[in-house]
Design a protein around this ligand. Sequence first.
Ligand code: HEC
Length: 362
Amino acid sequence: MSCCTTDHAPLRMTMTKESQPGDKILLPKLKCQRNCENCKSKQERNGLKDKKKLLLVPLIVFITFLQSQAQEAAPAKTFWDDPFTHPMLPLYVVTALVFITIVLVIVVALYMLKILNLMLKQAEAEKAERSGVVLTPKVSWWQQWWDKMNAAVPVAQEQDIDMGHSFDGIRELDNHLPPWWKWLFYATIVWGVVYIGVYHLFDTLPLSIGEYQNELAVAEEQAIIRKASQPVAAIDENTLVYTTDAAILEKGKVVFLGNCVACHRTDGGGNTIGPNLTDSYWLHGGGIKNIFTTIKTGVVEKGMPAWGKAMSPQEVRNVAFYIMSLQGSNPANGKAPQGERYEEPLKADSAVVKSDSLIVQR
Ligand code: HEC
């Protein structure tokens, strides 16, 4: 029978139940405390398994690193596309071999150490047996550290910290906080101080809102670059000429349905927020030039966004054309006219507005 059952493992708990004779107590499976041979060899086997795992991790990391390096070295054709003709191949092979050799040496050294240790222990045990001394096994540094971090009162000395309070047979012990817990707590305090310094006192790193604003700034920069790369030469309010180009109107309709309907209604008839865009009364002037300008620069203080910041000039033109095409469509329940009636300048007056093609389809 394995010794690692509860048959001889001591019950180690802060609060102990005073059991009555004949009570059946179900004990959890506890760690073997006696260090019997059976358990020792089991532990050793587990330890070796862990060590093997530990060695595998750096190997994988190294291979991944090699891979990324290879890709950086030749961006056009990566190392893995054709490894055998790659100029860096010999270097990689040598590095890999050196690495594998180092790993093997470490593995063998660890095994040797392990065996030496075992032999030493055995020799010591034999020597102790021959001379009739009771051998007290050396405590490993790991065990020492573990004990220090937990600093638990041994079961045998529990009566020293017994508070003398017994609740239904559950005794209260005056255990202090485990050192590992305390150190963790101190670490959070240090972290808090560093955090305040970095984020609030010296502004070394931006807060969430700052990060957001930085990202917005980058996005804005990218939008400017994107817009600059588009052919926009012909599109500005001074040279704009309205036509009923079906392709443009179709694109404008898409922009309108995607951005404007919340405030101007699907048919442009207006709602409680935005004005009617289908009548001939305008707050900011009718005609393609005024409409284009209003859409582009917006009336931000009145709740009309400046779409020129979010859209390309083409899109603003397309939607402006679409709004021109809605003129006189007279949708049901349209909002009452607002602003002044806009009359198209006559062709004769085209000294003011140079273009003579502001023909509104009515
Ligand atoms: C958040 C609501 C809102 C959205 C979205 C919106 N608008 Fe407006 N829009 C308004 C308001 C409010 C006004 C009136 C501004 C004023 O009172 O001066 C207005 C005015 C206008 C005018 C001028 C009307 C006039 O009488 O001079 C045009 C043209 C216009 N919007 C087009 C658009 C287009 C095109 C879109 C979509 C790309 C759009 N709007 C999206 C709220 C909005």
